[in-house]
Design a protein around this ligand. Structure first.
Ligand SMILES: Nc1nc2c(c(=O)[nH]1)N[C@H]1C(S)=C(S)[C@@H](COP(=O)(O)OP(=O)(O)OC[C@H]3O[C@@H](n4cnc5c(=O)[nH]c(N)nc54)[C@H](O)[C@@H]3O)O[C@H]1N2
Ligand SMILES: Nc1nc2c(c(=O)[nH]1)N[C@H]1C(S)=C(S)[C@@H](COP(=O)(O)OP(=O)(O)OC[C@H]3O[C@@H](n4cnc5c(=O)[nH]c(N)nc54)[C@H](O)[C@@H]3O)O[C@H]1N2
Ligand SMILES: [Mo]
Length: 760
């Protein structure tokens, strides 16, 4: 049998036999399909699948309560009836004794494509109907951007959704100055699914028209093909941008007119730039000492940027570090000084090469969506504060101009995410996860998070149920008919929630009397009725397999605002771009002041910590999978070295340590350690190593929170500290480490094995 479907990384047709996917072909017309499709065959019946409902033995024996045995305990198989009963009773107990605020239901994560079976939409809707939950704000992707950009340019979403289209860049841009490159490995992905991948071809056409690329990145391969490559010390981009701005300011190249009519606070910022008050001009010589980029190269580039139609792009990775607010803010400021914001092919871009979305035309309509309702509990945390919250209940903290208090969480509910993939400092996370009374996890797979749960709910994958999906910058709504029957006893998250809701007396409110299939028809028809054009019936759409929707081509970011800053004023206090923000200045934060600035981070090669841990590790997105999803798949497995996640390092750094390709190394700092397999590559700046996220956490001794991870998860090393008091965003992209040859007997990788089961 062969059928079409959709994943976050693309549309495809799968051949299915014996209940599993055996082969995958990308959708016809996708010019540059994602190689991640190769991880799908064999995924539905993999031994890492959760086969039935399970409860941690100690929890079943002793009842709810804090436990340090999570992650090391055995599990007991239970029936669906018993699981439903236990789950309903525990939710009731927590709500009755501690209130709904004691449930943490943020449940961050990417889950799978699908408008109805989207795990977060299901869990949030369920918990809202139950009286609410402590939620989370923003994402690991864009924690800093999500807080800073609305304050200084009035939006963060529109920076991507309404970004300058690739065709406009191809036609009009002369010079692309890319901080963090434009990594095509990342453009395979779009949340909700994507049916075309135009970035590679666009860059090809851009060069064919004579366009030039200057890439600032510690990795050469963040740009494929010809470019001027500058490899700065990681984390120093803001210093380089400041120096470019310094040249513009001191050589009369800044567009004073645009700064006067469309921005506020340039003069305040310029005092900092020129060193008027602190005596430190942010000159090319100053930036060169910090970044390792030659001063004359910075000066020459600034002049060229002013003389060309220039697009300044900042990758999302640059804000997933300490003081991550500064890079997008300073990138915007630099583009404002060039005066090209809103001109075709000029100005600012954020996330080209981070996701497929930037550069793609947005839909003119919203997509069908599961109604979410209202959360009666207003308590929230910035998403990456999970460990802080669990370890410090009742403590106050600053966030984005607010003074907030961490709630006292008794029950943690996760569906569709993997904190052992996404969160920093896993040893600290494990201690935090020992605190609540109960952890509930829904997942199709035995991830480390599932292994740390008390109540484990086996979910179907997106390929075992009917759904449809699409994304806001893709023209197609795609039908996702089930490719195979659900594995073993697994159930749709919807079915689980419907059953538990029934036990708790909110069954009808949750299901509204509909089966999953009836919901699909209902969501589609309700959506269709609100459109100002006709679409086929649901049955016709389902038979056709996809539906093409109208998009808005040819956009230039902020062109309306440029043309008329009064009618199209920004959603900032001044209505303009805020190079100086009086609001942020008023918060009085030491780590995020009123204008963009260079702050020296702790995790960088220029600081004292580098004496003990002399290599800068980039924990970037994996080319071989989406996060931790399908780490079991062929593409991901082929990338491993001696079964471990590959760590790329400069040949000189390898030689200094007596290392060769294929060696297994221990990567460590004072927070933790993991094993990884060496790949040498001269396309890295020396003293930089790269170990992507996503190898499933695999502790040598599961009972020891500080255990070595034998598989190569970089989050055993990263610091669990926010970007600043403004955003408290994830800072997992950078960490200082040391690397040494691993000489002991090589421990087996057990990450993809299910846990041990015991009799009751
Ligand atoms: N060090 C470091 N850490 C990082 C980053 C970094 O750059 N460096 N990047 C961060 C970023 S940008 C992100 S977005 C996060 C990603 O972190 P996550 O989004 O948490 O990672 P995923 O592996 O995508 O986890 C999704 C989980 O959902 C499960 N799932 C899939 N479909 C379903 C379903 O239908 N139902 C249920 N119940 N479960 C389902 C999958 O099996 C998987 O376990 O990681 C962050 N962590
Ligand atoms: N294949 C694949 N694609 C993905 C994902 C995935 O898991 N797999 N995840 C998706 C998600 S959820 C997100 S949020 C995006 C994330 O998108 P990004 O955050 O942009 O992705 P990264 O790969 O972490 O970083 C991009 C590049 O920035 C460079 N870089 C890192 N630090 C610095 C620095 O200090 N200075 C400079 N100049 N460059 C630096 C690194 O060399 C890195 O390769 O990716 C998406 N795309
Ligand atoms: Mo992300």
């Amino acid at each position: 049998m062969s059928r079409a479907s959709l994943a976050h990384w693309g549309a495809f047709t799968a051949v299915v036999s014996d209940g599993d996917i055996t082969a995958v072909t990308p959708r016809a017309g996708d010019a540059d399909p994602s190689p991640l499709l190769a991880n799908l065959p064999g995924s539905l019946r993999h031994r890492a699948r959760i086969t039935g409902p399970a409860v941690r033995r100690g929890w079943l024996r002793d009842g709810p309560g804090p436990s340090t045995t999570r992650g090391a305990d055995e599990f007991v198989a239970v029936s669906w009836a018993e699981l439903t009963e236990l789950l309903a009773a525990e939710l009731r107990r927590v709500i009755d004794s501690h209130g709904n605020e004691a449930i943490y239901g943020g449940s961050y994560g990417w889950a799978s494509a699908g408008r109805f079976h989207h795990a977060q939409s299901q869990v949030h809707r369920f918990l809202k109907l139950l009286g609410g939950y402590t939620s989370s704000r923003h994402s690991y992707s864009l924690g800093a951007t999500g807080a800073i950009m609305p304050r200084v340019v009035g939006t963060h979403d529109d920076l991507f959704k309404r970004s300058t289209h690739w065709d406009v860049i191809v036609e009009h841009t002369d010079l692309l100055v890319c901080f963090g490159g434009i990594a095509l490995k990342n453009t395979g992905i779009n949340h909700g699914g994507t049916t075309a991948h135009p970035a590679r071809d666009a860059l090809h056409r851009f060069r064919a028209r004579g366009g030039r690329i200057v890439s600032f990145s510690p990795l050469r391969d963040d740009i494929e093909g010809e470019c001027v490559w500058h490899a700065p010390v990681p984390g120093t981009d803001v210093a380089i941008m400041l120096a470019l701005a310094h040249v513009l300011a001191t050589e009369g190249l800044a567009d004073r007119g645009f700064l006067d009519t469309h921005c506020v606070g340039y003069d305040r910022f310029e005092r900092y730039l020129l060193g008027t008050d602190d005596g430190v001009p942010k000159s090319p010589a100053w930036a060169s000492a910090i970044s390792g980029i030659a001063a004359q190269d910075i000066t020459a580039l600034a002049r060229r940027m002013a003389a060309s139609r220039t697009l300044v792009t900042v990758s999302w990775s640059l804000q997933r570090i300490r003081h991550g607010e500064q890079a997008p803010w300073m990138g915007l400021t630099l583009a404002a000084m060039l005066g090209q914001i809103g001109l075709p092919g000029g100005g600012f871009g954020h996330g080209y090469g981070s996701m497929n979305e930037p550069g793609l035309a947005p839909l003119r309509v919203r997509l069908p969506a599961l109604p979410q309702g209202h959360n009666p509990v207003s308590t929230f945390i910035p998403v990456a504060a999970i460990s802080d919250m669990l370890l410090h209940p009742g403590e106050d903290y600053d966030y984005n101009g607010l003074r907030l208090t961490y709630p006292d969480i008794r029950l943690v509910y996760w569906a569709g995410g993997n904190p052992f993939h996404h969160h920093q400092n896993i040893p600290r996370l494990r201690r935090a996860l020992a605190r609540p009374d109960t952890i509930v996890v829904h997942d199709p797979y035995w991830t480390a998070m599932a292994k740390h749960a008390d109540i484990v709910v086996p979910s179907t994958t997106a390929y075992e149920r009917d759904d449809f999906s699409g994304s806001r910058n893709d023209p197609l709504l795609v039908a996702m008919p089930a490719l195979a029957r659900p594995h073993a006893q697994s159930r749709d998250d919807y079915a689980t929630f419907a059953a538990v809701a029934g036990r708790l007396g909110i069954g009808d409110a949750f299901t509204e009397g509909r089966t999953a299939r009836q919901w699909l028809v209902h969501l589609y028809e309700k959506w269709a009725a609100g459109l100002d054009f006709a679409v086929p019936s649901f049955d016709q759409f389902w038979a056709d397999g996809s539906l093409r929707l109208p998009t808005e081509p040819g956009l230039t970011l902020l062109s309306d605002f440029r043309a008329d800053p009064h009618t199209h004023r920004l959603n900032t206090p001044s209505g303009r771009i805020e190079i100086f923000s009086a609001d942020i200045d008023g918060f009085g934060y030491a780590d995020c002041i009123g204008h963009p600035a260079w702050f020296e981070p702790a995790e960088w090669l220029g600081g004292p910590r580098a004496a003990a841990f002399p290599l800068h590790l980039l924990a970037n997105q994996p080319a071989s999978r989406l996060h931790s999803q399908l780490d079991t798949g062929a593409l991901s497995q082929q990338s491993k070295v001696a079964g471990r996640e590959p760590i790329r390092m400069h040949p000189d750094d390898a030689a200094e340590r007596g290392l060769a390709d294929g060696d297994v190394v221990r990567v460590f700092n004072d927070r933790g350690a993991c094993l990884a397999g060496v790949v040498t590559d001269a396309g890295l700046r020396a003293k930089v190593v790269q170990l992507s996220t996503g190898a499933w956490f695999d502790p040598l001794d599961p009972a020891d929170p500080d255990s070595l991870c034998v598989h190569g998860n970089p989050n055993v090393l990263t610091d669990d500290v926010g970007t600043s008091a403004l955003a408290r965003g994830c800072t997992g992209a950078h960490v200082l480490v040391q690397v040494e040859k691993f000489t002991g007997p090589l421990p087996p990788v057990r990450a993809h094995q299910p846990p041990v089961f015991a009799e009751r």
